[in-house]
Design a protein around this ligand. Structure first.
Ligand code: ADP
Length: 446
């Protein structure tokens, strides 16, 4: 299935990041394209990245997405996915196209905002009120005291809010806001004043909110068009504002996303845009192994490129030269992609890495994983990285690091040695399950 997260690339935050090594020409080309996009001069155009497997095509596309802004969706599809029997190819494309577009709502809302300095569920003496899950007691109120720069405020809240507080894992010292009208509770992060006390790297620290606890504040909410489609197929009761704004559609009780439902969603979205209450933000739809698509899908992509608003389409292929277009007997085109689509695309090439670059990529990755690799193991990993057959190559070399680190730990060493690499290569041709297997079967490897 399509994914919005590509965890293996998450260390590549953006293209300027020193962690993205080499590929200078490709990086230069993408930075020009990014400028064009920002100046809105790349409308109705696509991008094709051509290069051998593991030469950073996906990483480049992901890096571009990060450059476009925070929270911009990166949707990855693979050409071969389109041949599943469950979903029609054009439906798969349309669904992911809509996952790649964000509707950003900005609303001025009345909120209580501050650092939690008291959080007290109050039990009730009678059976009226909300049952606290697993406790067999009922709540009559939740008492929360919030502190902002100008004063504190104690709120006695309805017990139903307790569920959201538990869900958001809110604790004393967190900065939160509660929407006055809906009771929606959001955790913003940990208050700055706790930053020295708990030095948790993953924690996000936020300053004590300015002004009074009770105020009007601009709340930004991002949802994708696909989220809205789904919300109207499966009516939701979570009180989410944007979703409930569509409640007029929910009356129809649709059971699947149809073109008609999408049109209705679009109508409401456009109303919000023309009232300046929302804006649409395109993300990136990345299609790997694009040469696997057939004429029908290519035609559909061409149509997407004609839309006023579409995600940036980035195709990737490792095909070179003239190839027969999939599903046709004798239509030949560069990369196996029809000429009319290529005419709309700028083409970037990624080059295979030399050994020095491979070493640099592998050691950066090891560094980010806090791993030491001895020279002989590094030499072996670079050798693997240099073999561009499907089962080998840089991706495989990088994937070996996790299982190698487990063998290293089991042997009580603090660096990966060549034997770890060789043993892991023998064990794992398919690395997806490797770490899992090693973790559950460590005895067998002792
Ligand atoms: P492709 O899409 O061309 O098959 P990927 O982008 O998936 O290749 O790269 C394979 C692996 O190598 C990924 O883990 C990726 O993050 C890493 N990688 C590729 N190129 C670089 C680079 N220039 N710098 C750092 N890591 C890279």
């Amino acid at each position: 299935m399509a994914t919005t997260q590509v965890s293996i690339h998450h260390h590549i935050k953006n293209l300027k990041n020193e962690n993205f090594i080499g590929q200078e020409q490709a990086k230069q080309a993408t930075s020009i394209i990014l400028d064009l996009i920002k100046e809105k001069k790349f409308n109705n155009k696509g991008l094709l990245i051509q290069g051998q497997p593991s030469t950073g095509k996906t990483a480049l596309a992901y890096g571009m997405t990060k450059e476009l802004g925070a929270n911009i969706p990166f949707i990855k599809l693979v050409g071969s996915e389109f041949y599943s029997k469950e979903v029609k190819p054009t439906e798969l494309l349309m669904m992911n196209l809509r996952r790649g577009i964000i509707i950003r709502m900005k609303e001025l809302k009345e909120v209580y905002e501050g650092e939690v300095i008291e959080l007290q569920p109050e039990e009730s003496n009678n059976t009226v009120g909300q049952d606290i899950q697993g406790y067999g007691k009922s709540l009559s109120h939740v008492v929360i005291t919030l502190k902002a720069a100008k004063g504190t405020k104690t709120l006695r809240l309805d017990p139903t809010i307790y569920d959201s507080i538990v869900k958001e894992k809110i604790a004393i010292g967190d900065v939160i806001y509660i929407e006055a009208n809906t009771g929606i509770v959001k955790r913003c992060g940990r208050s700055d004043s706790f930053a020295t006390e708990f030095d948790l790297e993953l924690e996000e620290y936020v300053p004590l909110p300015k002004g009074e606890v009770y105020k009007k504040r601009e709340i930004i909410q991002d949802l994708t068009l696909h989220d809205l489609d789904m919300a109207n197929v499966k009516p939701s009761s979570n009180g989410n504002d944007i979703i409930s704004m569509m409640s007029n559609l929910q009356a129809n009780k649709k059971t699947e996303i149809t073109d008609k439902l999408r049109q209705e969603v679009d109508k409401v979205v456009h109303k919000y845009i023309s009232n300046n209450q929302a804006e649409l933000i395109p993300g990136v739809l990345f299609i790997d192994e694009a040469h696997m698509l057939n004429l029908e899908m290519f035609t559909y992509i061409n149509k997407i490129l004609e839309l006023d608003l579409a995600p940036l389409i980035i195709l990737a292929t490792n095909k070179q030269g003239l190839n027969t277009i999939n599903g046709t007997e004798d239509i030949v085109s560069p990369f196996g992609i029809p000429q009319d689509l290529l005419d709309r695309c700028l083409i970037i090439k990624t080059k295979p890495y030399n050994v020095k670059e491979l070493e640099s990529i592998i050691s950066k990755r090891a560094q980010s994983m806090n791993l030491k690799i001895n020279p002989s193991a590094m030499q072996k990993l670079c050798q693997i990285g240099d073999e561009s057959s499907k089962k080998r190559g840089l991706r495989y070399a990088l994937q070996l690091l996790s299982p190698c680190s487990i063998l290293m730990e089991i042997s009580g060493r603090d660096e990966i040695i060549r034997e770890d690499v060789e043993q892991c290569m023998d064990l794992f041709l398919d690395l997806d399950r490797s770490v899992e297997i090693l973790k559950t079967n460590t005895q067998g490897f002792l």
